[in-house]
Design a protein around this ligand. Sequence first.
Ligand SMILES: *Cc1c(COP(=O)(O)O)cnc(C)c1O
Length: 417
Amino acid sequence: MHVLIEIFLVVQINDNYLKLKAGYLFPEISRRIKLFSEQNPEVNLIRLGIGDVTEPLPKACCKAMQIAIEEMGTKIGFHGYGPEQGYQWLRDAISKWDYQRRGCSITAEEIFVSDGSKCDSSNILDVLGKSNRIAVTDPVYPVYVDSNVMTGRTGEAGQDGQYEGLIYLPINAVNGFEAQIPKENVDLIYLCFPNNPTGAVASKSQLKKWVEYAKSNDAIILFDAAYEAFIQDDSLPHSIYEIDGASECAIEFRSFSKNAGFTGTRCAFTVIPQSLKGKTSEGQEIDLWSLWNRRQSTKFNGVSYIVQRGAEAVYSEEGKSQVKELVSFYMKNAEIIRAELMTAGFHVYGGQNAPYVWIKVPEDLDSWTFFDLLLNKANVVGTPGSGFGAAGEGYFRLSAFNSRDNVRAAMTRIKNL
Ligand SMILES: *Cc1c(COP(=O)(O)O)cnc(C)c1O
């Protein structure tokens, strides 16, 4: 029998998947919540853990999508496959409102509409070589790391969970959550500001240092600006392209998930400036725009017409004010979390230009012990910092995505610990 099995099992799997750390963060959180709820079925948990929005879609988006559905049911309003890059009217609106208005010379052609930044920030590796040296912050949005692991760009994970072959840039209270320019040469740098999970932001002068580094090392910055709408401080950049020279060294990922609550509706976009170049293994310069355009045309068939009409409405007068209202709602939550936790004696970071508050856990505890304490004693769910990387140990993330009542109740419970 054994022999037979060996003969028939001939299909090779992608071994890189086996390098992924088994106890992935969110499944482990779910496991502990499930166990707790089974033992304490009467307890009402408040979840400030996973980064999903809770409030309904802006009315302007719903209205636009309803109209689009009606159109789709008519002979002349029907739409089949759309352009793989997104409809021109959406790309025009994005270019105008998110870029030109901020003085960035990003054109509609440089915008690729997609169904999410999670996929785009992983898929981008399709057009990039395997020998690039890659830097990520620690803690980090796990997608950047795992997509590199899956495509064979790393070695094995060590005891601390860090993968061989990646360069980790710690961000913590000691360096003011500012990613330090690496001493070694790196080719690709993932930056996410406002940051998930720490809620930290990057000033123009910090990003300028990165752009200068990238330009002088022929590196590319992969800039995730999923939380730009949460920026309250007018001096902070919303886009990497607000920095001179960034269009020669940066790709930007943006999403409608967090500003307009599209986590379940799905729409995002990636900006690849036409002036952005890489080189072939023979050393010839090639623009990445053409490669990504080819990649999307081959592997992607676009976002639904209905959803793109919904996204377009984000830029209408009504849409802009409704998105602003949504963002203010969550930011008020963040303010409450910050204030209450500070009163309770915690060291808190972030939460002022991002929907995440990053807490230093009390001295003698680690992140998971603090998770269990909050779960069992306060009946509040958060996210252990160590789940985002080795340097997240000793920290804890609370998200501002919840109702006001839940946020207030959660804070009362934590203060009563
Ligand atoms: C939520 C989030 C996104 C958005 O991902 P989508 O796939 O567009 O929903 C991107 N980056 C980070 C860091 C996020 O937290």
